[in-house]
Design a binder for this molecule. Structure first.
Ligand SMILES: NC(=O)c1ccc[n+]([C@@H]2O[C@H](COP(=O)([O-])OP(=O)(O)OC[C@H]3O[C@@H](n4cnc5c(N)ncnc54)[C@H](OP(=O)(O)O)[C@@H]3O)[C@@H](O)[C@H]2O)c1
Length: 345
């Protein structure tokens, strides 16, 4: 292996395109090959991101000797098969969220990767961003006193389209798997694992969850988390404390800015202003800004590449336990029948 990881990518859609562009910002990563179901889409991706090798068969790309690791950017229900194949070819894997659809499947793949001494990580990019890390540091340093509340929402309006992967059960659609992973991961990052969770969900016409709400209890703190693709919400994360509050600027899952108010009155008006998308200069508010060089995936790409180069199989910011913990919460939530109206709060 050289000084950079030669990544092979499977899938040429939205997130694979972000990955392709963001590799150019990472010294330890090189975009080496693309695998698409269609020659045209593969050729187009190769042209857009300067990739030398295109494939239409995953096994052929994995056996080509041209890549050191696989990035999986296909729909959710295709992740497990691609990860299995890469591990069988002795290659490390960075796999889009949700890594797979069940805890059992994730446990099996992590065991297989460990057995083969290979890196396998869910690509939860938010865990590698500097803005959430700053928010956590501020909380730990007591900047807002004791944490008293937490809220994170990730919803947008997606008109009904049976074929879109969010609506399609066969592609692993649903709000919790695609969007809910973010409020859940950020709650875990800031507050730690939940001691208790209550949840409710509303079904889309296809039966997948179109909206979900959770009450996430961590110690004394009750966090309210929501996700959905039936309406637009501010997509922000607020952390309230006895002495002030913090906002992870929208969209919180890719935040480039942390806002800090050191008194609770200022926090309330700051949160309101951000919700109204009027977050210019505000008296009493400190801003910490971390602009992405690319779309924000560069941090996880660098972390994954360096971990693989170091011969390690997991990264402390997104260890297997966290994938299993969050998948477990989602599975439990969806094991309940849907409701007509969310009444959790
Ligand atoms: N990290 C993030 O911020 C983020 C954001 C969005 C999505 N994601 C995750 O990334 C994955 C892909 O999402 P996306 O939004 O990029 O989806 P997308 O735009 O629909 O792209 C998915 C790609 O997968 C390939 N594919 C293989 N089998 C397919 C099938 N049966 N149906 C449709 N496409 C198929 C296609 O590429 P070819 O036609 O070239 O084969 C397609 O372009 C999902 O797991 C999603 O949860 C992550």
């Amino acid at each position: 292996m050289g000084k950079s990881i030669r990544w092979g990518v499977v899938g040429t859609g939205q997130i694979a395109s972000c990955f392709g562009g963001d590799c150019s910002h990472v010294e330890s990563a090189k975009l080496a090959a693309i695998c698409s179901r269609s020659e045209e889409a593969g050729a187009d991706y190769a042209r857009r991101f300067g990739v030398d090798h295109t494939f239409t068969d995953l096994d052929t790309m994995l056996a080509s000797g041209m890549i050191d690791a696989l990035y999986i950017g296909t729909p959710n229900t295709y992740h497990a098969e691609a990860a299995d194949k890469a591990l069988d070819h002795g290659l490390p894997v960075l796999c889009e969220k949700p890594m797979v659809m069940t805890v059992t499947e994730a446990e099996r793949l992590f065991a297989k990767a460990a057995d083969k001494n290979l890196f396998l990580m869910e690509a939860l990019w938010t865990r590698f961003l500097p803005a959430p890390a700053k928010a956590i540091e501020l909380v730990k340093d007591g900047a807002i006193g004791d944490v008293t509340g937490f809220h994170a929402d990730f919803s947008f309006d997606m008109p009904y389209d049976r074929d879109h992967r969010l609506y399609a059960p066969e592609l692993g659609g649903g709000a919790l798997y695609d969007l809910g992973v973010y409020p859940l991961n950020v709650a875990d990052m800031v507050l730690g694992p939940a001691s208790n969770i209550e949840s409710q969900w509303i079904a889309a016409p296809t039966g997948v969850d179109q909206r979900a709400a959770m009450v996430y209890q961590a110690g004394d703190v009750t966090a309210r988390l929501e996700c959905g693709f039936d309406r637009d919400t501010p997509m922000m994360c607020t952390i309230a404390g006895t002495k002030g509050g913090i906002v992870l600027a929208p969209p919180f899952y890719g935040a480039e800015e942390v806002l800090l108010a050191r008194d609770t009155g200022t926090f309330a008006s700051m949160a309101h202003a951000v919700r109204q998308q009027r977050s210019g200069e505000m008296a009493g508010v400190e801003r910490f800004t971390y602009p992405h060089a690319g779309t924000g995936l560069e941090y996880e790409i660098e972390a994954a590449s360096r971990t693989i180069l170091a011969g390690e199989t997991t990264h402390s910011k997104m260890p297997p336990e966290k994938t299993l913990e969050i998948l477990g919460i989602i599975e439990q939530a969806l094991a309940q029948p849907p409701v007509d109206t969310i009444t959790l709060w």
